[in-house]
Write a protein that binds this ligand. Structure first.
Ligand code: UTP
Ligand code: MN
Length: 493
């Protein structure tokens, strides 16, 4: 029989017994067998740090014995050798512990956590090995994501890569996150990921970290890094891209206060962005998007009766909030849309709806320019980047209005993008501007790699037949691409 003293772990509770435990009913003991001493010490410390009582030694007090890669029989045998056969209330798998770490409290004990169920559990897990097709445009990705902790971690690393102009790395993390978003339930074990596409070594390491420890060290240190924080703050200003932010950071500007004091010359967009920064950093709600939709619609039909306005972007995919509101405008008669944008903008300006606007002209001409290259003509529609002045709704009349502090704004600034397309390109524009960004990227990759076609927001070109493929609906475009139709609400990759 092994003496109990040998089972000590070095300071799993930090020796600080004066802090009362947060969860006094649960007295935990981690079994070193197969787990190893260093992992046991690490996990014990993690638990103690979150207010759990993790015992260094096995005793009568222990209520939960937690082990890794042990069967119920193996743990029972060990207990018999230690404590004369007294079995604590719960013999649990490590998954219960890591889930509790993540939750910050002891989670409810489910069948799959109980060690006696080990054999059954393994059989079950064999069945929940996930399988998804490799292109995001072959998958249905709704907004209910069962793996937000994992996808948030990967998305943060994607964002950091994008902010650092490392596009390839950014896409790799985005693809990995998108695969997890498409899974029908939470990932609990690395073995479930076997055979899934787009999960590279780096992404797998991050996932493993989060599953085992509740967080990824790389993600946490990125969040804390001065460069990431500064890039995020500066590019959070409308009109500021990563190149500009990087230049400012090299000039020692890390915050908006420093930017304001620096005397840097700002272009018109950046000035407007800084002026309305507070409002623009608040998410836009669906009700606000609808209110703006009514205004845009009114402007459009006033200047060109019969013209049609469609809500695109994230709100068309069913999102409840967004960073901006996007609209696509067309007219059922080809050519009638020419010159429409300046008229719409003038109407909106005359009514006092615009705080800022910049219009770019359409330069895409199919016959002159030949096949639509996937990446080069994404922004060639007549397009208006604007900041709207949206009246705030007061729900309960004048009294509330009176109660407002002096100088309180009755409106908020909202970013709005308008795009005009001729009806012949409408289906491509609708598909191209509905997103998500990754879904679009994957559609173009699928078209190029699997079908020898070039897809843009203007057209679809078949390189084998050397001709354009026409379409009047999104369904037809999916059909040309040999893909099952995915509705907007399932394009949230
Ligand atoms: P957004 O950036 O508005 O994203 O682009 P979103 O999905 O609506 O999400 P929010 O606004 O952050 O909530 C909308 C779509 O427009 C296309 C993108 O591909 C995206 O799918 N887009 C955007 C372009 O094609 N070109 C651009 O220059 C910008
Ligand atoms: Mn948008």
């Amino acid at each position: 029989m092994v003496p109990l003293k040998r089972r000590r772990v070095v300071s799993s509770t930090g020796g600080d017994r004066t802090v009362p435990p947060k969860f006094p009913q649960a007295v935990l003991f981690l079994l070193e067998r197969k787990m190893g001493a260093s992992r046991r010490a690490f996990l014990s410390q993690l638990g103690a740090g979150k207010g759990f009582q993790v015992e260094e030694e096995f005793s009568e007090r222990v209520t939960h014995v937690i082990s890794e890669n042990n069967s119920g029989d193996e743990v029972t045998a060990w207990l018999r050798s230690q404590a004369g056969g007294r079995t604590p209330a719960h013999l649990l798998d490590i998954s219960w512990y890591t889930e509790s770490m993540r939750a910050g409290h002891p989670v409810q004990i489910l069948d799959r956590h109980e060690l006696q169920q080990q054999q059954i559990k393994e059989a079950e897990e064999e069945e929940v090995v996930f399988s998804v097709p490799s292109y995001a445009c072959q998958r249905r990705t709704t907004l209910d994501n069962h793996n937000t902790v994992l996808t948030d971690a990967l998305s943060l690393l994607a964002e950091n890569a994008e902010l650092s102009d490392e596009e390839g790395r950014g896409v790799a993390f985005r693809r990995a996150a998108a695969v997890l978003k498409a899974l029908p339930r939470p990932v609990t074990d690395m073995t479930q990921l076997r055979g899934l596409p787009c999960l590279g070594g780096h992404s797998l390491r991050v996932i493993k970290d989060v599953l085992e420890n509740g967080a990824s060290g790389e993600v946490e240190s990125t969040k804390q890094s001065e460069r990431y924080k500064a890039l995020k703050v500066l590019t959070g200003v409308f009109g500021v891209g990563t190149k500009t932010a990087d230049r400012w950071i090299r000039d020692g500007i890390h915050s908006l206060q420093q930017l304001q004091r620096s005397g840097q010359t700002l272009n018109r967009a950046q000035q407007a962005g800084l002026e309305h920064h507070h409002d623009l950093s608040q998410p836009v709600m669906k009700a606000e998007a609808d209110a703006i939709g009514e205004i845009v619609e009114k402007a459009v039909v006033s200047v060109l009766p019969g013209a049609q306005t469609s809500l695109i972007g994230g709100f068309r995919r069913g999102k409840l909030t967004g960073h901006d509101v996007d609209f696509l405008i067309t007219h059922p008669e080809e050519g009638r849309e020419v010159g429409l944008m300046p008229k719409v903008v003038s109407w909106l300006e005359a009514q006092g709806f615009l705080l800022y606007q910049k219009t770019t002209r359409n330069s895409y001409l199919e016959s002159k320019e030949g096949p639509a290259r996937p990446s080069s003509n994404m922004d060639r529609f007549e397009r208006c980047f604007s900041i709207f002045k949206l009246a705030k709704h007061t729900s309960s009349g004048d009294d509330e209005e009176e109660a407002k502090p002096a100088g309180h704004k009755r409106w908020r600034a909202v970013r709005v993008d308008l795009v005009v397309s001729p009806i012949s390109q409408f289906a491509f524009a609708l598909l191209g501007w509905t997103g998500s960004k990754l879904f679009e990227r994957e559609l173009r990759r699928w078209a190029g790699h699997e079908k020898a076609m070039s897809l843009s927001s203007h057209a679809l070109y078949d390189n084998t037949q050397s001709r354009y493929l026409r379409a009047t609906s999104e369904e037809e475009i999916f059909a040309h691409l040999g893909l099952e139709y995915i509705p907007p609400s399932e394009r949230n990759a």
